[in-house]
Design a protein around this ligand. Structure first.
Ligand SMILES: Nc1ncnc2c1ncn2[C@@H]1O[C@H](COP(=O)(O)OP(=O)(O)OP(=O)(O)O)[C@@H](O)[C@H]1O
Length: 450
């Protein structure tokens, strides 16, 4: 084989992680105290072998834990394989951990230089690209502000813009769809198309089957650390979708079993299954609880949690129409989103807003509401203030998560006192097969003409 045709050659790569029963075993082994191996090996990748041609767009899909990130980390050189070899020719720019190299105290401009230097560009090369990076990110004058003051969208756009404007030979893209709004995403697609024309090799890792089919030249489906299937995207995607669908069905069957059980015993097993929290399945009356008690309920499962006043949010709760805390709903259920916060630090309450967004797994906003846009205003600062949003989502079967934001709406660009991406997670289940994103009530009439 002539490796020069390829930008990436992955030869028989395996990766094992050491697993310990407890941290003390790890320490003992590290210090050779017992002279024994106290770990077991977990093989996250097993004999993975493939090549990526110059200018090829390769999609990699697989469910959580399949080994995609491990593989990409080995390709980018962050991790070393246990066995096997990876050859990479050219400069890799990775969008995997967007903004990971950013310094939160630096301004946008300073971070552009910082990132450019990391990517081994000279100061002059960065000078040449500076305006393009700023323009692409569309963050206006914020480019002179410390990035810690950015909204998550602004931060992602700047990081994204930096990563794609360093003239990579190989671009690693992870779920591009979750960055920015539709317009920004379509700008990114155009950029990728440009890259494709220029012969940049792209690895796209994601779950978006539509994108996989339209954008990629070939697809690898990873399962349990191995390549399950590789080839034409349309074929691999259809096989993968079938596999995932069957997997969902088995989860759905479990749910149905619980449901049957509930009818017999009167015990709500779904709730028990969900939480293990002693308050579950009881009415939780936030008004009667102490701040300390409700603070325990915020948990720390968020995807990101940031803002100028982190800690204002004391509790986020998801409940049904009867105020019973839940994480499973039907499309027609009333869902109550309750947010408890301390507003004593807010000077201008008239411009203060509490907002939520329900996102799907890909991070797409599906339902967004804010008190400010609904013209609901707060009067006086309170140590324990509540907002309850009640809605029927009509969402299709699937997994969703909640974003909660406390916003400052003084300026057109929203600033965030607190932003919790992944404040809660929930599932929608239905007996009915629902295609599409939402299941709206639809009148259907059948008529015939004689
Ligand atoms: N540092 C680590 N130590 C031990 N196990 C690890 C480590 N990193 C990953 N793993 C395990 O290796 C397997 C593959 O993980 P990896 O993150 O590569 O999967 P993935 O396909 O990228 O998943 P996701 O879609 O959730 O990001 C998983 O079972 C994971 O728990």
């Amino acid at each position: 084989m002539n490796n020069l045709e390829y930008k990436i050659v992955v030869s028989n790569v395996s990766k094992s992680y050491k697993m310990y029963n407890n941290p003390i075993d790890k320490m003992k082994e590290g210090l050779s105290l017992t002279g024994k191996n106290l770990h077991t090996n977990f093989w996250a990748l097993k004999n993975v072998d493939f090549q990526v041609e110059r200018g090829e767009i390769l999609g990699i899909m697989g469910r959580n834990g399949a080994g995609k990130s491990t593989l990409l980390k080995i390709i980018t050189g962050v991790l070393r394989p246990t066995y096997g070899e990876v050859l990479v020719e050219g400069r890799i720019s990775s969008l995997l951990e967007l903004g990971a190299g950013f310094n939160m105290e630096y301004s946008g401009i300073e971070n552009i230089y910082f990132y450019g230097m990391l990517m081994k560009l000279t100061r002059e090369q960065i000078d040449d690209r500076l305006q393009e990076i700023i323009d692409f990110a569309e963050i206006g004058d914020y480019v002179n502000q410390p990035v810690k003051t950015y909204s998550s969208g602004m931060f992602a756009r700047l990081a994204f813009s930096c990563a794609i404007n360093v003239e990579p030979d190989i671009l690693i893209v992870d779920e591009i769809l979750s960055v920015g709004d539709m317009r920004f995403q379509s700008k990114c697609f155009n950029k990728f198309k440009e890259f494709k024309k220029k012969g940049v090799t792209i690895l796209y890792v994601g779950h978006d089957v539509g994108l996989m089919k339209t954008f990629c030249d070939s697809t690898i489906w990873m399962n349990n650390g191995e390549i399950e299937m590789t080839g034409d995207p349309a074929y691999v995607v259809s096989k993968y979708t079938e596999f995932m669908y069957l997997d969902d069905i088995s989860e759905f069957t479990t749910y149905k079993m619980f449901q049957k059980d509930e009818k017999k015993t009167g015990v709500n097993n779904r709730e028990l299954m969900n939480s293990g929290d002693e308050t579950t399945n009881k009415k939780f009356n936030l008004k009667n609880e102490s701040v300390e008690k409700i603070e325990e309920k915020i948990g720390n499962n968020s995807i990101t949690h940031w803002g100028t006043h982190v800690g204002m949010v004391k509790c986020v709760m998801l409940a049904d129409g009867n105020d019973i805390e839940k994480t499973y709903f039907s499309p027609e259920d009333i869902i109550k989103i309750k947010v408890v916060f301390d507003s004593t630090a807010i000077e201008n309450l008239k411009k203060f807003s509490v907002a939520f967004s329900i996102k799907n797994k890909e991070g797409t906003d599906l339902i967004v509401k804010s008190t400010y846009d609904e013209e609901i205003y707060f009067n006086s600062p309170k140590k324990k203030q509540f907002v309850t949003f009640s809605l029927v989502t009509h969402l299709a079967v699937g997994e969703y998560y909640l974003v909660i934001a406390l916003e400052d709406r003084k300026n057109p660009a929203i600033m965030y006192y607190e932003y919790i991406e992944g404040a809660k997670y929930f599932k929608i289940y239905s007996d009915k097969k629902i295609f599409g994103i939402v299941d709206m009530k639809t009148d259907i009439k059948i008529e015939s003409m004689e």
